[in-house]
Design a protein around this ligand. Structure first.
Ligand SMILES: C[S@@+](CC[C@H](N)C(=O)[O-])C[C@H]1O[C@@H](n2cnc3c(N)ncnc32)[C@H](O)[C@@H]1O
Length: 280
């Protein structure tokens, strides 16, 4: 059977996205060999945020004429997310031709000691939560993926020098702690950073009732923006527009890191565009 895509008529797309058709249509798509674009739109993935992020990263890479990118999960635990990221990276690579390397950062020993106040949310987590079995996880990963064990404060700092990665195209942050997230965001700092001009990001821990701008991942983002001149992180504006399930919470956890310095340097080399009047 040939792949189905969502490149049907706009009317068809609008109709199938209406409740209750969207639920029935999604159930149908689950049984069909659909394109990666359709999977990203209809959340046909165990980690729809990862698929959407990596798919858009590959599209951005093609626009920016970048042949290889990195997809990262910060905070791996047992590895369910990293295994899903690796699978989606392989699928996106097949569909787009953009080569994708995957990196997973984790202590390997669960959550480390906390900084000692509300900012690491000792009301939610405790040191030692989410231990990993590194051998079991490695046996499930292919050569595409590198597991980087150690405190992210050390491993993120030496990432480029040690692993010579391609530009970061997508990163998921699931380290739970303010302190660890702050350290991981260091990959977007400094002249040695390697990233696309826009990098889709996913922050897992920002939508509990406990979350606020003065602790956790949200504080790490705010502090990053306050102290980084050349890269800024903002919500992924418009990501839920024209999606069949725009109310899904993962969409509110998607951000984009913008490399303002690289954007300032970029110049388009194409014909001027025009917006002529339509004929009467
Ligand atoms: C919630 S778990 C990750 C879950 C995983 N992303 C998934 O979807 O299955 C959080 C992980 O962050 C890791 N972590 C937290 N702080 C860290 C630090 N400073 N350095 C390295 N890893 C850290 C912990 O070891 C833990 O495995």
């Amino acid at each position: 059977m040939t792949e189905m895509t969502e490149t049907k008529s706009p009317m068809w797309n609008r109709l199938v996205a209406e409740p209750p058709f969207r639920i029935l249509y999604r159930a149908l798509l689950k049984r069909l060999p659909v394109s990666i674009e359709t999977r990203a739109l209809w959340e046909l993935s165990p980690r729809p945020a990862y698929l959407l992020g990596v798919w858009n990263a590959a599209r951005l890479a093609r626009q920016q004429r970048v042949e290889r990118i990195a997809a990262i999960e910060f905070g791996v635990a047992g590895g369910a997310g990293l295994v899903a990221l690796e699978r989606e990276a392989a699928a996106v690579e097949r569909a787009t031709g953009v080569e994708i390397r995957v990196f997973g950062f984790d202590s390997g020993e669960g959550l480390p000691s906390f900084i000692g106040d509300y900012r690491d949310h000792p009301d939610l987590w405790q040191p030692g939560d989410f231990r990993m079995d590194p051998d079991a996880l490695r046996s499930r990963l292919s050569a595409r993926t590198t597991l980087i064990l150690g405190d992210v404060a050390d491993t993120a700092a030496g990432f480029v020098e040690r692993y010579d990665p391609p530009p970061i195209g997508f990163a998921a942050f699931d380290l739970d702690l303010y302190s660890a997230t702050k350290a991981a965001l260091g990959v977007f700092r400094g002249g040695a950073r390697r990233m696309l001009r826009q990098v889709p990001l996913y922050f897992d821990d920002i939508d509990f009732i406990h979350n606020h701008r003065f602790a956790g991942e949200l504080l790490a983002i705010d502090e990053f923006n306050a102290t980084s001149e050349v890269v800024k992180i903002d919500r992924w504006h418009g990501v839920s527009v024209d999606r069949p399930f725009p109310e899904r919470s993962f969409l509110t956890k998607l951000y984009v890191a913008h490399d303002l310095e690289a954007i300032s340097r970029s110049r388009l080399a194409r014909e001027n565009v025009a917006l002529p009047l339509a004929r009467e």
